[in-house]
Design a protein around this ligand. Structure first.
Ligand code: GLY
Length: 349
């Protein structure tokens, strides 16, 4: 199904268009406690929201659970939701992923729309129809692909974000630049994340979303080119899981930023990715995200975590690599020894 991703100019009329197009019998809005306080007020006075039944869950990825999902399903049921209702998810990736899954499964599926409020969810999570929850310690273990009716990206919400969450989303933009073209990457590497120019950021978000939208439209179920979006994530997810298990949880985008460095090292050594670009990205990551600390004693654990990534088959560790900026090589199997070398490179960089 074609994505309908709108870069918002007037959220009131865009929401009205969604409602006019779906003509729901009932309208539900899902927020978490944070977006209820910080983001809902921007939307609450929109006339078509007057009839909205509110559902609120706890914030952060820790709430992306079966219990929260049960609460959403129960609220939909108690509120009389049918297959002709709509759920509008207002929040970060946790809310849009969980809300998308709740809507996709309630009575075998009702419409949903996403209004992402974090940079990470604008450029990545809310677009592309991946929905789900975490389960038994594994991220996004249960879920379905199901495209939202509409995604409305209103970059005014970015002003409610702290510096860490801006950086976290920005790592996905950096990834989109790397899989896209030299000019986009150069612009991203020059952007000053300490003094965010929100007007410039809005324009960059729009182009970043277009990169994802194009790829997802071509390969919605990740059989091929959508794997390009995994750049930085094979190592990044392993860093994220290791950090979580040691009680030093890091934001997703930070893990992706750290993961880009060893993965671009692999790209340089195996596919001829230019070392100058590797060094530029590495310097940007170091300056803006710092360093992820681990020792060679963690290597086996990290490699095991990479092996269990749900994008692998038969225990072979597959990476998305690049031969150049925008020159994507998917399904690159890499041996544990080569991964260890890339981890050495990251630690010594
Ligand atoms: N976050 C990567 C994807 O949507 O495929």
């Amino acid at each position: 199904m074609e994505q309908n991703v709108i870069i918002s100019k007037d959220i009131s009329s865009e929401l009205a268009q969604v409602v006019a197009s779906v003509r729901p019998d009932r309208l539900f809005v899902l927020t978490d406690e944070t977006t209820l306080a910080c983001c809902w007020p921007r939307v609450a006075s929109v006339p078509c929201m007057a009839e909205a039944q509110m559902i609120t869950i706890a914030p952060t990825d820790e709430a992306k659970t079966l219990d929260s999902l049960t609460h959403v399903w129960a609220s939909l049921q108690d509120g009389g939701a049918t297959r002709h209702s709509i759920l509008i998810n207002i929040g970060g990736g946790m809310v849009t992923d969980l809300g998308g899954f709740a809507a996709s499964t309630f009575k075998r599926g009702m419409a949903y729309a996403n209004v992402p409020t974090t940079l990470l969810s604008m450029v990545d999570a809310s677009v592309g129809g991946k929905t789900g929850i975490n389960f038994r310690g594994l991220k996004n273990e249960i879920g379905v692909f199901n495209t939202p009716h509409t995604v409305i990206i209103d970059t005014a919400f970015l002003r409610t974000l702290d510096a860490g969450n801006i950086r976290s989303g920005y790592a996905e933009m950096l990834k989109h630049g790397l899989i896209s073209d030299e000019a986009t990457l150069a612009e991203l590497l020059l952007f000053d994340l300490d003094n965010v120019d929100y007007a410039a950021m809005a324009d960059m978000v729009s182009r970043s979303v277009a990169v994802k939208d194009r790829i997802v439209t071509e390969d919605p179920h990740e059989h091929g080119i959508r794997k390009a979006l995994n750049l930085g994530h094979t190592v990044g997810h392993a860093f994220e899981s290791l950090a979580m298990s040691e009680g030093r949880t890091i934001l997703h985008g930070y893990a992706v930023a750290y993961g880009l460095v060893p993965e671009l090292y692999l790209a340089a050594t195996r596919c001829g990715f230019p070392t100058e670009r590797l060094h530029q990205v590495e310097a940007f990551v170091r300056e803006n995200y710092g360093h992820f600390a681990f020792t060679c004693k963690h290597y086996d654990r990290l490699i095991e975590l990479m092996r269990h990534d749900k994008k692998n088959t038969a225990g072979i560790i597959n990476f998305t690599l690049l031969a150049a900026v925008g020159d994507i090589r998917i399904n690159q199997s890499v041996s544990p020894d080569d991964i260890a070398e890339a981890l050495d490179y990251y630690r010594e960089s």
